[in-house]
Ligand binder design. Sequence first.
Ligand SMILES: [Fe+2]
Length: 310
Amino acid sequence: MSLTSRRRFLHTAGFAGASVLLGLPARTSWAARSGAAKRLRLVFFTDVHAHPDGGVPTAMTQAATAINAKHPDLVIGGGDLIYDGFEVPAAVAEPQWDVYMQMHRAIRAPVEPILGNHDLVGVRPVDKSAPSIDPRAAFREKFGLDRTWRVIDAEGTRFFLLDSVEISDDDLMYHGGISSEQLGWLEAELGRTDTDTPIVVATHIPLLSAIPQATKGAITPLEANHLVVNNREVLERFADHNLVLVLQGHLHAEEMLRWQGTTFITGGAVCGNKWKGPKYGTPEGFGVLTLRPDRVDWEYTTYGWNARGA
Ligand SMILES: [Fe+2]
C-alpha cells in the first residue's frame, strides 16, 4: 500500500487528519482460546488525567459521548483518572476528581475504574503539606469500594481488576507491583474459577510491554515504574487458566503483544500526551473490544478532540 493510499485508508477508518497513525492497527480481530460465553462489548479507556483547565472538561464530555455511541455493556477505566493527586494535598486533587466524576457519570454503561499512580492522593505533596495517611482513600470513596482490587463477572467472562502501584521511598516514588496480599487473593479467586472461564486482567501499570524498548532503545534497562516488577509472579498464577486478555494503561501509547496465548493491549490514553497531542503516534482516544465465543475484536478510536486545535 502506498503512503498516500494508506493515509486514505486510515482516513476512511475514522482517523481524519491523524496521519501520525501510520502503522497503527485501527481495527484487528483474532481467534481467542475459547472466548466469552456470550458476546460482550467492552470499552477500555485509560489515562484521562482530568483537570478543570483549558478545554479538558469539554474534551472529556466528547469522550463520554463517543463511548456511549459505542453502546458498550461494560466500561473499564484503566487508571490515572485525575491529572495528579500523588504530589498534591487532597484539596488540590478534589477539583480534578470533580471533573473526572462528571465524565464517569455521563457514561451510561457501568464503569469499573482501576487505580493509577496519579490517583493516589497526597503521597508526597510538593507544597510540603503533611502526607496523607491513606493515599488510596479518595479512590475508594469516589467509587464506593472497600479496596482497590476486585473481581467482577460479565456475560461469562471474569475480570480481575488489579492495583498495580506500590509506593516507594526512592526517587521514582512508586514502583509497578502487585502486592503479596493481592497475590494471595488472586490464588484464592483462581482456585474458585473454572479453568475454561475466559479471564480478562486490567492493570494500570503493564505486565508486559515493548514500548520502553521501542522508545528508549533495545537494551536500555527498565525503571521499576515502567512495568509491574513482579510480572512473572502474577502471570504464572494464570498458567492453568484461560487468560484471554490483559488490558494495560500508564504508557499512553497503543500497543498489542501476544505471549503464550494471551493478548496484551496497552490502551493509549484519553489525554494523549497529557493533553498536548499524540504520544508516540497514538492520539487521544480509547479502545473498543468485542469478546465473542470464538474471537476478540479490538479497535482504538479517537473521539473528535484535537489538542493542537484546542
Ligand atoms: Fe498516565
